[in-house]
Design a protein around this ligand. Structure first.
Ligand SMILES: Nc1ncnc2c1ncn2[C@@H]1O[C@H](COP(=O)(O)OP(=O)(O)OP(=O)(O)O)[C@@H](O)[C@H]1O
Length: 254
């Protein structure tokens, strides 16, 4: 097995005259806690949309576990182990975290819509759901309908749902956006502590959070990679400081 789980080579995405992604190459190492940072409009979300297949690239190539997935439909990328945090929809709002996770685990294990009976009978489904509830600090609210959950708990549930799909690559686009400052660190710590067979690519604006989470960082500016390195290298890079100082509050907090 290669040490690189996901990579893109020379990715370009143009929207009419705007180049949102300009010749980006990136490698996500197996087990990495990799952060993608950059000021507003740098092209971070566009890059995640290209990697997940929501947007087709204008040019370039994407490989997952060495296989070319550039033209693969988004749902087939999920099936191959690349998962992004899901938006919670109406169905999930009326369900509890336990029901939601049991449903996703059942689907994942090919039990489909029989999840209600599966939860009662299939110990393995219930056990995996309980494991996820414990890891994501949701055990005490597992029977509370999602619509009544605090925002931070909802974000944790979104990540837990993604994890229930047993990803090899987890893509998180600002997973703590809107969460009160005091709760953000705990959420990202929970992600950082996932098993090392899950490789994580995170977009996050809060620099303090990024530095406590990441062991690798890529800085995007104007759709291109300014630099990539360890958190220490990035923190010491005068070009990065310049970009962030140049954008002031906006860059630091989105
Ligand atoms: N569908 C689109 N049509 C036209 N331009 C787009 C589209 N999506 C993104 N862009 C442009 O591409 C550039 C990169 O946007 P993108 O949202 O990827 O940046 P970002 O780094 O995620 O920004 P933010 O931190 O504000 O979320 C911006 O100039 C944006 O206006």
């Amino acid at each position: 097995m290669s040490d690189v789980v996901l990579s893109c080579q020379n990715l370009v995405k143009k929207f009419g005259g705007i180049t949102a992604t300009g010749n980006v190459s990136l490698q996500l190492a197996r087990g990495a806690r990799h952060a993608l940072i950059g000021p507003n409009g740098a092209g971070k979300t566009t890059l995640i949309n290209l990697l997940t297949g929501v947007l087709p690239p204008t040019e370039g190539r994407i490989t997952l576990e060495g296989e070319d997935i550039t033209r693969l439909a988004p749902h087939l990328r999920v099936r191959r182990g690349m998962v992004r945090t899901f938006q919670i929809n109406q169905l999930f709002l009326s369900m509890t975290p336990l029901q939601t996770l049991a449903l996703v685990v059942s689907q994942q294990r090919g039990l489909g819509g029989r999840f209600w009976s599966a939860l009662g009978r299939d110990r393995a489904v219930a056990e995996r759901a309980e494991q996820l509830l414990a890891h994501f600090h949701l055990a005490e609210v597992m029977d509370v309908p999602t619509e009544y959950l605090a925002y931070g708990k909802r974000r944790l549930l979104e990540i837990a749902i993604a994890l229930a799909c047993e990803p090899r690559v987890l893509l998180l686009d600002e997973p703590v956006a809107g969460v009160p400052a005091g709760e953000r660190e705990e959420i990202l710590q929970t992600v950082a502590e996932l098993p090392s067979d899950v490789s994580v690519l995170l977009i996050e604006h809060d620099m303090d959070l990024v530095f406590s989470f990441a062991n690798r960082m890529t800085v995007l500016v104007n759709g291109t990679v300014l630099t990539e390195g360890s958190p220490e290298e990035i923190a010491a890079d005068p070009r990065v400081k310049e970009v962030y100082l140049g954008h002031g509050e906006e860059a630091a907090h989105g």
